[in-house]
Ligand binder design. Structure first.
Ligand code: GLC
Ligand code: CA
Length: 551
């Protein structure tokens, strides 16, 4: 089978599961109410017990924290809130010792306006670093050079009263965009990659990866005739334009080809991976970031499952669309949510969240699992006076704020959920169900979400059909169900997921008998006749299926 990978050919990032840590909210070790690196180190044992393979850290660089670390003021340091480079080195060493890889967030599109590069750039038109950012003359009437909009509202251009030009910012005005058309910027940013790889980092998650190159002529974006239909989620004014010229420029590809060469040179020592944040929902275009020769990103991140309607048919169509879009050798990946998106439990409910977890961990491709999803954490409603997220602050009440999915990790039933000392105020409020929903309680409960996550991770790890095998959907099943086969060599696993709250009957007589290895309800391991498979409401099963034709 074409999409079947053999064990020996697979790299760690294909076999493994990536666990995303949002450091501010993971574990506070020094009692200031904000998560930190010693906190992460203290929880590495938990992560190896859980059974993930890699951690991806959202930014921990020095930052004024306007965007909580995505506004970087030094790409080769650690913010004192999180620790220092010595602590970072200890984290990498201990993670590696435990068999965990470490992926850093890499933020190439912009810096903080407090970054020394920008301070120099804005100091005068003559400064050698002037052209490190995108500075442009106003129109004759003094208005911005074109109609580009910032993602979080308003113009993407900010006037600089000292040097009388506008600078570009795709996000917040405190986050000016770097000018990647200047080779000196590319060189400096590639040096940043070397800095972290030399410290042993195993990969990069590239922030806003499709935005780095813009139209060199800075043409106006055309109006969007159907803003409500074409958008993946409603973004307000930003949807009023088709973003033809301010993002997804074809010149991005050349940068990623070059970056890939840099990575590959390091991969001779140990394999490094590049994941790119891509808000692209045209799957052909999305897949183009793997590169014509698979010579760009190892995995453009796929956010399809974040927005697809939660129905068996829609999810199956999405998976099939991804499989179709991939050229041979391109390795898929799936995301249910992250620090920018509503938690899966809040979006589809706690019962279906177990189905989503089984889906994520049994599809062909690398899963990224967001911290807290393994215990079924939900979004936390944030009262207006406690809002931190700059997006919510600039466009309040539109449901765009990301604080709700960034609430502190719930470790135990103690005050502050074991995230920070009881006497300290955590930077964001803790969910009110923390006494029931926490790691310690769920470790004791063999039917918990945590138990399910751990069991699925273990099953995946020990079952090549699930980690590396090919994927084939099964037709002729109830419309509420998504059923597929994963197969590696002779090993075959059937995954049957019931997306509904009612019992479903699946008839697959050609498949003969099977053995249920795991149910999302964690209460059955038994033989079944696949001519008549009953799934209870919200139940999914992974079934060993020895023989029979699957297509
Ligand atoms: C990405 C990050 C998001 C951040 C933005 C600007 O989308 O995931 O959290 O606000 O880039 O860096
Ligand atoms: Ca702290």
């Amino acid at each position: 089978m074409q999409n079947n990978l053999q064990h020996q050919q697979a790299d760690w990032w294909q076999q493994g599961v990536i666990y995303q840590i949002y450091p501010r909210s993971f574990k506070d070790n020094n009692g200031d109410g904000i998560g930190d690196l010693p906190g992460i180190i203290a929880k590495l044992d938990y992560l190896t017990w859980l059974g993930v393979d890699a951690i991806w850290l959202s930014p921990i660089y020095p930052s004024p924290m306007v965007d909580f670390g995505y506004d970087v003021s030094d790409f080769t340091g650690i913010d004192p809130i999180f620790g220092d480079l010595t602590t970072f080195d200890a984290l990498v060493a201990q993670a590696h010792h435990s068999g965990l890889k470490v992926i850093m967030d890499y933020v190439p599109n912009h810096t903080s306006d407090q970054h020394p590069w920008f301070l120099a750039s804005r100091s005068s038109r003559q400064h050698p670093k002037r052209d490190w950012y995108v500075w442009v003359e106003p129109k004759p009437d003094g208005s911005p050079p074109n109609n580009w909009l910032g993602s979080w509202g308003g113009s993407a251009w900010e006037w600089d009263a000292t040097t009388h030009q506008y600078y570009l910012h795709s996000y917040h005005k405190a986050m000016p965009d770097l000018n990647w058309r200047n080779p000196a910027v590319k060189d400096a940013m590639f040096d940043v990659v070397r800095f972290w790889f030399d410290r042993g980092v195993d990969g990069l998650r590239i922030d806003s990866a499709q935005r780095i190159m813009k139209d060199p002529h800075l043409r106006d974006n055309p109006p969007n005739p159907t803003p409500k239909v074409t958008s993946y989620k409603l973004l307000g004014d930003y949807d009023s334009q088709l973003h033809l010229y301010d993002r997804s420029h074809a010149d991005n590809h050349a940068v990623y080809r070059e970056l890939r060469q840099l990575l590959d040179s390091y991969s001779l020592q140990s394999p490094r991976v590049a994941l790119g944040e891509m808000h692209i929902f045209d799957w052909q275009e999305w897949a183009s970031y793997y590169g014509q020769q698979l010579d760009e990103l190892h995995m453009p991140l796929n956010f399809g499952l974040v927005y697809v309607p939660w129905k068996a048919s829609a999810v199956r169509q999405h998976v099939d669309a991804i499989e179709t879009a991939l050229r041979p050798g391109a390795w898929p990946n799936y995301v249910l949510d992250n620090h920018d998106e509503p938690r899966i439990t809040s979006r589809i409910g706690p019962e279906q969240a177990r189905i989503a977890l089984m889906l994520l961990l049994t599809l062909r491709g690398t899963p990224t699992l967001y911290n807290g999803d393994e215990i079924g954490m939900h979004n936390v409603e944030i009262p207006p006076q406690l809002v931190h997220d700059p997006w919510e602050k600039s466009l309040p009440g539109m449901g765009l704020g990301r604080d709700p999915e960034r609430s502190p990790m719930q470790w135990d039933a103690g005050h502050n959920a074991g995230f920070c000392p009881p006497t300290v105020k955590p930077w964001l409020p803790i969910a009110d169900d923390y006494q029931q929903v926490n790691v310690a309680a769920q470790r004791e409960d063999r039917h918990s979400m945590l138990a399910l996550t751990r069991a699925l991770l273990q099953l995946r790890r020990t079952t090549p059909a699930l980690s590396l095998g090919n994927y084939a959907p099964i037709a002729g099943v109830p419309e509420e169900c998504f059923v597929y086969v994963r197969q590696s060599g002779e090993q075959r696993r059937l995954v049957a997921l019931n997306f509904s709250g009612s019992e479903q009957h699946i008839h697959l007589p050609a498949l003969g008998n099977g053995f249920i290895r795991i149910s999302t309800h964690l209460d059955r391991e038994e033989s079944v006749d696949l001519a008549s498979l009953h799934l209870r409401s919200d139940e999914g099963c992974v079934i060993e299926s020895a023989d029979g034709q699957t297509n």
